[in-house]
Design a protein around this ligand. Structure first.
Ligand code: TYD
Ligand code: MG
Length: 455
């Protein structure tokens, strides 16, 4: 027997070093090197022990024009939100990574996907839950279960033996951090194991044209655990996010070899599973506040989707010497900047006032097009004058108090019209080709001018 080889691997970026060092020279993170045993003696590097991967095909160069494009073939699943983030359905042979924080609903989403695909054979491999637990969850989702196999196993060779026996059309692995390859000696969840196991699933997916979904955990600092190496390897990276105190869940495409990365899927977590939300603005807008001051509706883009959110502001006298500035779902420094603009350019006196700002619904908004709605909400609260229920706002505000045009205004206007808004406040520089019928556009060049028009 040969000696075990060991190497130090950075757990953050996967860099290797023959000896331990405190700081990784490639990603600059500290204290991330962990000793890992590289290879088991005698096993070689042949991981083609499972079905269909035994043949070592000799690759030949082909003319690009003659390469068959089977990428157009996609399985459209029942879940329209998932189709959207995958770029139009599941591509056979694709390796998809779904990342997210614990408890956000990853297992639920993929089990639901498995149960929805009634005319295909699915194998759901779990290293985290027992068969009975999965069964309980499936019962809770209340769907047919005749076509879905479950397996609790963490060793890849054993998983591939079952795959060979069942020959599923789709394989789901929950989670990549729990599975391990016996060909490598380091523990499950380590970088080498994750890379090795993911590599084996990748080869299986490509050679058998079976789509594989891997679930991945996210570490404390928001990175996909098991780490960048995995993101490079897989075809598609989806991230499941949301505020656990709210019921919305958002699936974002971070990487997609088969489609756009600006896609977004929205779900609502209910007692009986995840519900697709095809019209998110209706969920985000309550519209029960017509007579209250400090509320304004702003337009924001999430990926390619136009959403309307409720901005709530409360501006009032401060009990202490230093006024408070507190935000939920909005950047605090941006709020400070907008307050400064309102003071300097519009003549409001706010330096002794508390300002609380909230984006209703738990969404985090980064689109600057929301600026105008934030200022309108603050002005409304300051003057204690409610805004009309059918108006909405879309403009960025500059330091000089000027209103700036926003991107993709056609999308925003169409969504506004669909939701029943009849008036939108905009920058006078905004170019609009085809304004929707029944929508009045109120344009202004500066914030003070616009506030004069609102009240
Ligand atoms: P889960 O899919 O286990 O999360 P993950 O795999 O990302 O860790 O989802 C866990 C949460 O979802 C759990 O707190 C309970 C909740 N949940 C519902 O609200 N409704 C449901 O129908 C299901 C199955 C779960
Ligand atoms: Mg889970």
């Amino acid at each position: 027997m040969s000696k075990l080889k060991s190497v130090y691997v950075c757990q953050s970026c996967g860099a290797q070093s023959p000896k331990w060092t405190g700081k990784c020279s490639s990603c600059n993170s500290w204290n991330t090197f962990v000793e890992e045993i590289r290879e088991k003696s005698g096993s070689g590097t042949d991981v083609r022990a499972f079905a269909g991967t035994g043949s070592k095909r000799q690759a030949e160069a082909q003319l690009l024009s003659e390469v068959a494009t089977d990428l157009t073939e996609r399985w459209i699943c029942a879940d329209a939100e998932l189709n959207r983030v995958l770029g139009g359905g599941i591509v056979p042979g694709a390796l998809v990574l779904l990342g997210g924080e614990p408890g956000i609903g990853k297992s639920t989403l993929l089990l639901q996907l498995a149960l929805q695909m009634e005319n295909r054979r699915i194998l759901y491999v779990s290293g985290e839950e027992s068969e009975a637990q999965i069964k309980l969850r499936a019962a809770r989702l209340g769907m047919k279960q005749d076509h879905c196999y479950v397996l609790t196993e963490t060793e890849t060779t054993a998983i591939f033996r079952q795959v060979e026996a069942i020959r599923p059309d789709l394989l789901i692995v929950d989670s990549i951090q729990t599975v391990f390859s016996p060909l490598i000696e380091s523990g499950p969840g380590s970088v080498s194991q994750i890379r090795q196991a993911a590599g084996e699933f990748m080869r299986f997916a490509k050679e058998n044209r079976v789509p594989v979904f891997l679930i991945g955990h996210i570490t404390k600092d928001g990175q996909l655990a098991g780490p960048k190496v995995l993101e490079h390897l897989v075809d598609t990276v989806l991230q499941f996010e949301g505020d656990r105190n709210h019921s919305y869940r958002i699936v974002r495409t971070l990487k997609n070899r088969f489609g756009s990365t600006s896609e977004l899927g929205i779900y609502e977590m209910l007692g009986e599973g995840l519900r697709e939300v095809s019209n998110p603005s209706e969920l985000l807008l309550t519209r029960q506040w017509h007579s209250q001051s400090g509320m304004a509706i702003g337009s924001t883009l999430e990926g390619n989707r136009s959403l309307f959110v409720e901005v709530q502001a409360l501006v009032g006298g401060s009990a202490f010497g230093t006024p408070q500035r507190s935000t939920t779902g909005f950047d605090q420094r941006r709020l400070s900047m907008l307050i400064a603009v309102m003071e300097k350019r519009c003549g409001y006196r706010m330096n002794q006032l508390d300002v609380f700002l909230n984006i209703a619904g738990g969404l985090r908004v980064e689109d600057p097009a929301i600026d105008l709605a934030v200022c309108a909400a603050m002005a409304s609260s300051l003057q204690d004058m409610p805004l009309a229920g059918e108006v909405c706002f879309a403009a960025e505000i500059g330091l000089g108090g000027e209103l700036r045009p926003v991107a993709r205004i056609e999308n925003r206007l169409a969504e506004a019209a669909k939701l029943g808004f009849t008036k939108m406040f905009l920058s006078e520089h905004q170019q609009i080709q085809h304004p929707p019928k029944g929508m009045r556009l109120e344009k202004a060049g500066r914030l003070d001018e616009l506030i004069g028009k609102i009240f």
